[in-house]
Design a protein around this ligand. Sequence first.
Ligand SMILES: [Zn+2]
Length: 690
Amino acid sequence: MKSCIKTNKLLILLFFATTFLGPSFLEAKEPASASISFRIGHNIWSDDAHFNQLLELFDKYPNVTDEFTFFTQGTHAPITDEELERRCLHLKKRIAETHAHGYRAGINILCTIGQHPEDLPHSIGPEFPRAQTIDGTIAQATLCPNNDMFRKRIRRIYKAIADAGPDYIWIDDDVRTGHMLDSSGTPGSLCYCDNCMKILAQKFDKEITREYLKENFDAPETLAKIREFTSDSYNQLFSLIEETVHQVNPDLPIGFMTGERYDEGYDFARWAKTLAGPNGDREVYWRPGGGFYDQSSMSALFGKSHEIGRQVSLLPPEITVIQSEIENFPYQLLMKSANVTTLEAVSHIAVGCTGAAFNVLTGNNEPLDEYEDMVATIAERRPFFDLAVQKLGRKPNIGVFPLWEKEDGNFPNRTPVQALTSCFSEIGIPIAYTFHEDTNVVLLSRAYLSHKTPEEAKNIFQRGVYTDLDAVNLANDPATYKLNDLTGMEYGGEIRVDGIEKIEEHPLNGAFANRTRDLRQSFWREPIYSLRKTRPNVETLSSCIDYGGNQTAETIVGIYENSLGGRICINGYYPWSNFYSYSKQSQIRAIIRWLSKDRLPGYVDSFAKINFWLREPGPDGSFAGIAINSNYDAVREVAIMLKTDSDFIDVYDYNCQKTTISSSYSDKDGYRRFIISEIKPWEPVLIVCK
Ligand SMILES: [Zn+2]
């Protein structure tokens, strides 16, 4: 794709950066290869026989990992300070042995505040204040982080960890909310003990009780203040950890593992800055994660990737070690195959990670040679991880933006961004995790719109907007937004039974006119909305018919270009799911391209289930992306449309075999078509356009 303005800006930036900061600053921003780590359980490293098996196994596959990250423990309640110090002394020896085999070695503290009540008899004593739920229940395995005893403990254990001489330290995602639910089912936030309630009260500027919070839990003001309290608590904790660790070794990188948790504040940039020390120059690692522990639902793999993509989008650019969490907990080998485990790493690299942390080895007493196939498969794919990271680097994903923001956590009806995202991604439309000016297309939900000011709402409708009638009803609301002029359509009735979508004659529908899509309302009882046109230039893409073929609604999918130049598509028929027929897939792709005014950077143009991601062009205009065949059938003659002046692309298969493909066709709007001969089932290809 050509984006001359952006390229020029980047060239100017490049000039200033090389002039004033020196070339090493820039080089540090784009990793040369993937950062791969294996996380090693306490059960493995604490036992001489198992640890030797580990080194023997990995010595057979010398390039599979760069480093071993040793867990301090295998259970999820904090252990005593004395026991942790004893383990750190043991780890000091393990780190030296690991170094002797040519690997870096780090320590991953599993319980800074603690997680779940496991092995309580061997965990920290009752004298440490525990976190409390909003109804006053004591969390047995989670410590309150806001008291002096806790802070004293943090200084002691993080000093012990740094003294062991690791190359880096990871704080796990036990530093999180949501470990517990109170009896009312209210999501557990960080802590509501008496002391934390006093801290919270300062934010409210008045006396507050747990009862008050419970009663007002749905109020944006309450949620915002709780998020602020949690974010502050983390920040103070990280400041203490940073100070403690860097007093021992000023160069020790500190990493933090996160998840998509809106009620924590999602303040990644703030916390990263704190972990980087007062001068902001200490290296910080990040490990974005999510739950995908077995392969029973493969769509959950890509769902996790989108969560990770959103997490990465909030990280400052100077963070270059971003290892996705790949976790096969509780480590039974048949839960997730080696092939799915490696594909997961690729999928998370596609959304922005620069590496992976494999937490896939045994948590039980069993010999490590049983895990050899897993290690061998990861070793086989390591060159692809490196190549992909080299080509994609830290450039942001570009494409269609399903609207979300970290402040969504302030609202009880939070944006269902995942539900908006998946189906578009699966049919080969590139997803962006921040707004992408060039593409200018957003996916809009009512929940997102509901917390926008009238001016903000109006601005949304200047863009390309794909949405549903729920959101449009709100946009048209005469009491609030009054955007009828910009939406062009309104509620025209509901069809509760027997509604079948009929694709109508229209240039965007091409050869698919008169095809139908029946999502069986008698099974999946979603109402179908008829759209009434309120402006003359609204065009119908789909109507509704019944089982007798009689029309029951003239328009259920309509498009409109408004006076601000915004292009709108409203879909009243299962708008966010089931785009898996040839006709619907083609219609949706054509709609998105039309909404973008032919600025969508690229898309898959074959009948296939292919998740597809593209990255912003570099200073030289080159760009890259990853396509993953997300189905059990091979796809042959895969057509990729790219907005580019280049006649050639390089396509790398999973074995890093490069094929240069010339464009088979270009259209008047600047798209070129490239045909990839085959993408095998559940395999990726890396696409590089120079
Ligand atoms: Zn507390």
